[in-house]
Design a protein around this ligand. Structure first.
Ligand code: C2E
Ligand code: MG
Ligand code: MG
Ligand code: MG
Length: 288
């Protein structure tokens, strides 16, 4: 068993437990300093309309930029704060930073219509006053339009403590925020779960998309996943698109939006602004 997979130490024995706890503590401490020293960053990955490749928004992906310049992806450190109050602080930082980005985008022509998707953990959502604190952040002289804010919650997390999660997601949706079930297909959401979940869309995990253009079972699986979301009118976003053939297959199955290295890698916020401006100029010559 890997420590990463279950986030807990109870499957370890003897010195393995010690080693795991030590690693967790060390990572946690370093991460806490990173947060204080402002060394976390949100990288942005474009989300596009698959029909023409036009960017419609971005997903914010957490990064830890270490003193030596190396950039760490969340899978290498978030395990250490799973079920830890520090996760709440990091989640708060993500939201504050994300809202600030949206605010900055409002006055940029190429960015003003774009949505920003933030990943939230069930731990944050269950915290009292989640929506109220969002309201405070987004209000002010230049309020944020909730239409442009998307929240992603992983399918498996959405199914835990369902009543509480459904309540807070309903409050989000009532404000006009779009909620997406992330890594959809990897959990065990049933049609009845989906019918009671106040979500606007689903994101198909990239493991299903990876072989869609050359393994027929993979294609059938994605078809089934889309078939589950369609009756509810959910938007479908595919992750991990690396080849044009995957886009073709996805469009054929009724998936309209996607993201992946084919369109753009996660990049620092400034790079994303430049990228979006270039896309905008290329698509609307004369307005550049
Ligand atoms: P996710 O939300 O499903 O994000 C998609 C992951 O797929 C990202 O990994 C992204 O870099 C990667 N990806 C995108 N396109 C491609 C592609 O074409 N090929 C391949 N091979 N990979 C692609 P990343 O950035 O390492 O994030 C991993 C996970 O960490 C995310 O999965 C999300 O669940 C979590 N995460 C990221 N940021 C946050 C955050 O701010 N808060 C929380 N709670 N979780 C976060
Ligand atoms: Mg996500
Ligand atoms: Mg995902
Ligand atoms: Mg994922």
């Amino acid at each position: 068993y890997s420590a990463k997979a279950d986030g807990g130490g109870y499957r370890f024995y003897g010195y393995e437990i010690d080693r795991h706890l030590q690693a967790r503590r060390a990572t946690r401490e370093a991460l806490e300093s990173a947060l204080q020293e402002n060394r976390l960053a949100l990288y942005l990955q474009p989300i596009v309309d698959l029909r023409d490749g036009r960017p419609v928004g971005a997903e914010a992906l957490l990064r830890w930029v270490r003193a030596d310049g190396t950039v760490l992806a969340p899978d290498s450190f978030l395990w250490a704060v799973h079920d830890d109050p520090l996760m709440e602080q990091i989640g708060r930082w993500v939201i504050v930073t994300g809202v600030a980005l949206l605010r900055a985008w409002q006055c940029r022509e190429a960015l003003s219509g774009m949505t920003l998707a933030l990943n939230v953990s069930d731990w944050e959502l269950r915290k009292k006053g989640f929506c109220e604190s969002l309201d405070q952040l987004t209000a002010g002289e230049h309020p944020i339009d909730y239409d442009r804010l998307h929240l992603e919650i992983v399918e498996t997390a959405a199914l835990s403590d369902r009543k509480e999660i459904v309540d807070v997601l309903s409050q989000c949706v009532a404000r006009g925020i779009s909620v997406y079930l992330d890594d959809f297909g990897t959990g065990h959401a049933s049609l009845s779960h989906l019918s009671e979940m106040p979500v606007s869309g689903v994101k198909i995990d990239r493991r299903f998309v990876a072989q869609i253009d050359n393994v027929s079972q993979s294609r059938s699986l994605v078809q089934a996943i889309i078939g589950m979301a369609e009756p509810f009118g959910h938007a479908v976003v595919a992750e991990g698109i690396e080849r044009p053939e995957q886009t073709e297959q996805l469009l054929g199955l009724g998936c309209r939006y996607g993201q992946g290295y084919l369109y753009g890698r996660p990049m620092p916020a400034d790079a994303f602004c430049d990228w979006a401006a270039a896309q905008h100029a290329a698509r609307e010559p004369g307005l550049a």
